[in-house]
Design a protein around this ligand. Structure first.
Ligand SMILES: [Fe+2]
Length: 464
């Protein structure tokens, strides 16, 4: 091939590439699968078909979607590449054609006019009976929810106005709506963004453009029952740098992160932007409104939390500046100032990939879940207690945890935490199933895959 696969740096340390699709019928199970688990756990992640250019980043890998299928105490596993235009083009050429992340100036000339950015690698997301592989700058790819075969890109019958949709949508547990946004919604790269709302049946009800204060990364966002919150980070785009073959984003330490808040039933014209200097956020656990205060629980680092990007001078990020702690940002809508009111770290909550009991999205809630350096943690916002399921023999191996309620009307937090753990030394991967109310106890069950797992970013459990 003329080049070789190299490990790539990510949240999970140094990663290999795997390059295979799998079907494992009746996975090996230790313990007993809870009888309440009947459904499908989808995840999406990057896995490179061909070696990337030197210095490229983990986010640029080809999307692969996996599914754990739970049925009466048994679990089947399946993974499939999303057959994106770029993957199929590279396979036909039997070599890499596409260069760096979001940099068409590094591509083979034969790719001109093709969908070079849509790797479909970020979120296996299910809504109105359809499965999508999301990638934040592009239209969703739709997959068959049973076979994971690729059906094609989805523009909602031609109604998608922006160039793409975020890979961090929120489902309103009350209305069933799909809330999202588009970053660089018209590819102007001047902070052009759009709010997007799809009803429970899959029809757009809102598409409203606006401009962020600067053209920065906006990876995740938040919705409450009363407000929408957009988070813009000082990883800025410079088209001159891109044209010169450089990185799409670079961290600008002179800029504060910006948090735009608008009334949920209002207009993007009502957005009010707050600054949070020295507070970088990658992901949001949940958010809620309490009177005039808006609380956003997010991973917060002092510097560039996505450390695979360099700063605007080309310097690598000091890993200490990238360490994230889940923190509560509070914005006071009655204040006259333009800064966040407070940023309170949850004690000890270092880590990433925060989630909550999704039935409590957008509202005051009690429990959050996340990956930590030592394993998987539950945060109890009422007591401030953090409970850890330690995985000492697989340090850093836990991926994003998801919570599954025991039943649709079970109390908040009553249910199970599912989390894939890579056991690199043994070359296997485990899906551990924990009792969410006894996180520090032993796993209820462990589903073993007889091979290691590519990293996944985000996923979703869909009950039958
Ligand atoms: Fe993400």
């Amino acid at each position: 091939m003329g080049s070789e696969f190299k490990k790539i740096e990510s949240f999970y340390g140094q990663l290999n590439t795997f390059r295979f699709e799998a079907d494992v019928y009746d996975c090996e199970v230790f313990g007993e699968i809870p009888k309440e688990l009947n459904g499908r756990y989808y995840r999406a992640g990057p896995d490179r078909q061909y070696p990337t250019l030197d210095g490229d980043i983990v986010i640029n890998g080809d999307g692969i979607v996996s599914m754990f299928r739970f049925e009466n105490g048994h679990v089947d596993f399946k993974s499939r590449y999303v057959k994106t235009e770029r993957l199929l083009n590279e396979r036909a050429a039997r070599r890499r054609l596409y260069g760096k992340y979001r940099n068409p100036y590094t591509d083979d000339p034969s790719t001109k006019g093709t969908a070079r950015d849509n790797t479909a690698n970020t979120y296996g997301f299910y809504h109105h009976g359809r499965l999508f592989a999301l990638r934040e700058d592009s239209p969703p790819y739709e997959l068959d929810p049973d076979t994971l075969e690729t059906l094609g890109t989805c523009d909602f019958d031609g109604t998608l106005a922006a160039v793409g949709m975020t890979a961090h949508p929120k489902i309103d547990p009350v209305t069933g709506e799909w809330w999202g946004f588009s970053l660089f919604s018209q590819k102007k790269f001047d902070g052009d963004m759009a709010l997007q709302v799809i009803d429970k049946d899959g029809k757009f009800t809102r598409q409203e453009e606006f401009h962020a204060p600067y053209p920065g990364l906006s990876h995740d966002f938040a919705v409450t029952r009363e407000h929408v919150i957009f988070a813009v980070m000082p990883l800025t785009v410079d088209l001159d740098r891109v044209r010169a073959g450089g990185d799409f984003y670079a961290f600008d330490p002179a800029l504060p992160s910006m948090w735009g808040i608008m009334p949920r039933d209002g207009s993007t014209k009502e957005l009010r932007w707050f600054k949070a200097p020295g507070k970088f956020s990658g992901h949001i656990m949940n958010a809620y409104t309490e009177g005039s205060k808006v609380h956003v629980d997010a991973t917060i680092s002092a510097g560039n939390g996505f450390r695979f990007y360099a700063d605007v001078d080309g310097n690598a990020t000091d890993p200490r500046d990238a360490i994230a702690t889940v923190s509560r940002l509070t914005f006071d809508l009655l204040s006259n100032g333009d800064e966040v009111e407070s940023v309170e770290p949850f004690p000890g909550a270092i880590g990433e990939m925060p989630r909550c009991d999704d039935r409590f999205q957008m509202s005051r809630y009690r429990y959050g879940f996340m990956k930590t350096p030592e394993g998987i943690a539950r945060l109890d916002w009422d007591t401030g207690v953090r409970t850890v399921h330690a995985i000492p023999d697989a340090p850093g191996g836990a991926q994003e945890p998801v919570f599954v309620p025991r039943s649709p009307d079970a109390p908040e937090g009553d249910g199970f935490v599912l989390c894939v753990v890579n056991r690199n030394a043994q070359n296997v991967a485990d899906l551990v199933i924990l009792d969410a109310m006894a996180m520090d106890g032993p796993a209820l069950a462990t589903v073993r895959l007889p091979f290691n797992q590519h990293m996944s970013f985000h996923g979703m459990y869909v009950p039958d």
